[in-house]
Ligand binder design. Structure first.
Ligand code: GLN
Length: 229
């Protein structure tokens, strides 16, 4: 099933805030199976990052980080399994790579997925991050909204766009909560993993991507990674 999402382009351009230069000259992959991968690509490139679209395990070679975009987590999860990417992405993380999952991407990072329709069977995820995620927790597509979010580490609020967004429920001991919408956790970090319920790639504000780029392994470590993946 293909669900139309308003991934038409950037909003909030007048509030554009540049992130730091942590990504200059680094190579980051964007999982390009389905969803809003082009928008992430554009935003990362605007930060001086070299971007590669990842569809097959070999595409992970030499990357310092990987973005898993928003879209439809059931479709993306199924394609991830069909393309043999689940194990290689876990290995990529285990050998030092950083991963940022936005919305459906956060669902794919989580250990436990709640709210998956039973008729689709077990929903695959990478089970990398010690969080449980409740799908579609803010309602349906028509309930999508944008709001200013206070984020740990950012001095002014971030214009966060929520589209059929999940919330992060239980978080493990190693998980740092970076933002809440009301009582709900919507941005969290665990080591080299970052998960957001919302879509930072759909605003003109690069600061969340900047936080992710700060999590990339140092260049020397990335060279080792290149050899080991
Ligand atoms: N509701 C979608 C899912 O569960 C996620 C929506 C999104 O990524 N914007 O997969």
């Amino acid at each position: 099933m293909v669900i139309a999402l308003p991934f038409g382009g950037a909003t909030g351009g007048s509030r554009h805030v540049q992130a730091g230069a942590a990504g200059q000259g680094r190579r980051v992959g964007v999982l390009a199976l389905q969803g809003a991968f082009r928008e992430h690509r554009r935003m990362l490139e605007s930060l001086g990052v070299e971007v590669r679209e990842v569809r097959l395990p070999a595409d992970l070679e030499g990357l310092a980080g990987l973005v898993i975009p928003g879209g439809e987590s059931t479709t993306m999860g199924k394609l991830m399994v069909d393309y043999g990417l689940q194990g290689p992405i876990r290995d990529f993380h285990a050998s030092g790579g950083a991963i940022f999952g936005t919305c459906a991407g956060a669902i794919l990072l989580s250990r436990t997925v709640l709210g998956a329709p039973p008729q689709f069977g077990h929903q695959p995820s990478l089970s990398l991050m010690d969080i449980s995620v409740q799908r579609n927790a803010f309602g349906r597509q028509v309930d999508s909204f944008q709001t200013d979010l206070n984020v740990t580490g950012l001095d002014i609020p971030f214009p966060a766009m929520f589209i059929r967004a999940p919330v992060i429920g239980a978080v493990g001991a190693g998980v740092e909560v970076l933002a809440r919408q009301g009582e709900q956790v919507v941005l969290a970090r665990q080591g080299r993993l970052l998960a957001s319920s919302f879509h930072p790639e759909l605003t003109g504000d690069t600061r969340i991507h900047g936080l992710f780029l700060d999590m990339l392994p140092a260049a020397a470590q990335a060279a080792d990674l290149q050899r080991s993946v």
